[in-house]
Design a protein around this ligand. Structure first.
Ligand code: SF4
Length: 94
């Protein structure tokens, strides 16, 4: 098993309860901001990606709530809130 497939298998054990609204949002107009591109590199769950137009996109499902993207990119480009009580990730270390 490769390191990447091992990581994906471990992340697959976690349970994610959706919140009413995404707890992290890319601020409007910041999709091409160079600071936001850091998230593509540092998100441990690989939830950020850059599309063909050079815009960064976020898929919130699977967020580990680690806060790495908030620290790496800053709150000028990301709106970052904790999920509502009872929502979000439940870690299952298996
Ligand atoms: S909080 Fe962590 S897991 Fe969630 S999107 Fe940011 S870097 Fe990725």
């Amino acid at each position: 098993m490769s390191a990447l497939s091992g990581l994906k298998a471990k992340l697959g054990l976690d349970v994610f309860k959706p919140d009413g609204e995404p707890h992290i949002r890319i601020k409007p107009g910041m999709e091409r901001d160079p600071r936001l591109k850091r998230a593509v590199l540092v998100c441990p769950a690989g939830l950020y990606g850059e599309n063909a137009s050079g815009e960064v996109e976020l898929t919130i499902d699977g967020c580990l709530e680690c806060g790495t993207c908030r620290i790496a990119c800053g709150t000028e480009v990301l709106e970052w809130n904790c999920p509502s009580g009872g929502a979000g990730v439940q870690f299952r270390f298996g």
